[in-house]
Structure formats: structure tokens, C-alpha cells
Write a new protein. Structure first.
Length: 259
């Protein structure tokens, strides 16, 4: 038979139980009931979790588990959550504290981004040495950039650098060069360069930069090009881009930006 605990106040058969002994028995019994922790053995049998009602409210100061813990509802923590053994999550946080952080996918930041060091931007460009090209009210076939846009809400910042020349200078006409997207003017406002050349000024070929922002362009692949336009109220002209001999460099660049 398993060992039994000692009696609080031992009595032999036939002994008288005095009131002091009786009171001592009650006091010690209450102390045992109040202080035992159900840790097993003489401190009371372990309490099985299956005995706790599923709809009961349970308040625990410290919870230690040796296996998996499944939470079917919301888990609210008023203090700190200390994760141990979550290798992947910890590795990500540690990487963010290092000198270099690499992200395999896109990262969207809804608030401000404060960069203390250099910021390297990715700009999509098309560039070349010539050729010289002339057209009237249409696209210049050699000044083209294929651009990939990620988001519909953003704008495209477009810059174009080239030598522009009005071949109809003798008539004293207004000339217009325009940046178009997929053959259409920028939806928010046309991006144009207007030029008037006096009849007395000939062979005026100037290196020029045209810069503008196109809004309302959907996500996806687009073709950005330079067009010979028509100034309102005037006729189409023979307009040139580039310089004879093909030794002048032109650049067409685009960048997706938030405005």
C-alpha cells in the first residue's frame, strides 16, 4: 500500500481527542487546502485541462506550454510578447537592423520615408546618337521609350532632351513638339513645347529639354514618344529632331512618381 501522510495529531485507538487537538486538526487541514499547488505527489494530484469548462473565463499569471498552443479566437496581450524559436520571423527583424535589407517583393509605404543616406532611383530611359528625323503632325519613329507602370494612382515624370529644329522658319510659323503616351496626349494636360521663329532667323537648331508629368495613366506597359504637333490656329509644319551627321545625343526618360 502506498505510503500515507503522517497524521496532524496522532492518536491511538481509545484515546480522547481534546478540543485543542481538534482545533489544530482543522487549522492544519485548512492550511493544506489553501496552500497546496496540485503539483503532484503529496501536494495534490495534477489538474487536467480537460476539466476546465470551454466557456469559462480563465485568468493566468504565467502560462508555460511544452507543446503547441492553438487559439481559435482573438488573442489579446496587454504586456510584451516574447517569441522564442520563431526562426523566420526573428531573422526578418534581425535583417532590418543590419546595414542592408533585401526585399524579394514590392514594398508600399503609406507614410513618410526619411532616408538619411543616398537614395538610388530607377529611371527607365531610351537614348541614342541621332539620327536626325523630320515629320509633320505625327510621331518621330526613332524617339520612343517603352515604359512599365506599376500603379494606376501614380504619375509619370517624363523628360526629353534633344536638338529641335523648325524646318518652316522662312514662314514665321509657330512650331509644337509634344510628348505623348500610347499616341495620346497626357490625360491631365498636354506636355508640349511651343516655339515661334521669326522669318529673318534661319537654321535655328537649339538643344532643348521638355519636362512634364502625366497623370491618369493606367498600370501596365506603355509607349512614350515624341510627336510633331500643330499649334492651335496654325498649320502643320516640317519639324526636326536631332542634328545632321547623327552626332548629337538625345535622351527620353520616364519615372513613376507619387504626386
Amino acid at each position: 500500500m502506498a505510503d500515507r501522510p503522517d497524521a496532524y495529531v496522532r492518536k491511538d485507538p481509545g484515546d480522547i481527542i481534546r478540543s485543542g487537538d481538534w482545533n489544530e486538526l482543522q487549522i492544519r487541514a485548512r492550511e493544506e487546502l489553501r496552500n497546496h499547488q496540485h503539483t503532484g505527489g503529496g501536494d495534490g494530484a495534477l489538474i487536467l485541462g480537460t476539466g476546465i469548462a470551454t466557456d469559462a473565463d480563465l485568468s493566468i499569471k504565467t502560462l508555460a506550454t511544452s507543446g503547441n498552443t492553438t487559439v481559435n479566437g482573438d488573442l489579446k496581450v496587454n504586456g510584451k510578447v516574447i517569441l522564442d524559436g520563431v526562426d523566420d520571423l526573428l531573422a526578418r527583424f534581425k535583417a532590418m537592423q543590419s546595414d542592408t535589407v533585401n526585399f524579394a517583393k514590392d514594398v508600399r509605404i503609406g507614410g513618410s520615408l526619411d532616408v538619411k543616406g543616398p537614395l538610388i532611383r530607377k529611371v527607365q530611359i531610351a537614348t541614342g546618337l541621332g539620327p536626325i528625323e523630320c515629320t509633320s503632325n505625327g510621331p518621330f519613329k526613332t524617339r520612343v521609350l517603352t515604359f512599365s507602370k506599376l500603379y494606376a494612382e501614380t504619375a509619370i515624370r517624363i523628360a526629353y532632351c534633344d536638338i529641335l529644329y523648325n524646318g518652316s522658319y522662312s514662314n514665321g510659323q509657330y512650331a509644337r513638339w509634344e510628348i505623348r503616351i500610347d499616341g495620346n496626349p497626357a490625360p491631365n494636360h498636354p506636355i508640349v513645347l511651343d516655339q515661334y521663329q521669326y522669318p529673318s532667323v534661319s537654321n535655328l537648331a537649339l538643344p532643348t529639354t521638355l519636362l512634364g508629368y502625366a497623370r491618369g495613366i493606367g498600370a501596365g506597359t506603355h509607349v512614350i514618344g515624341i510627336w510633331s504637333g500643330v499649334f492651335p490656329g496654325h498649320s502643320a509644319l516640317n519639324l526636326y529632331v536631332g542634328w545632321p551627321g547623327g552626332q548629337s545625343r538625345w535622351t527620353l526618360e520616364a519615372e513613376e512618381v507619387w504626386l
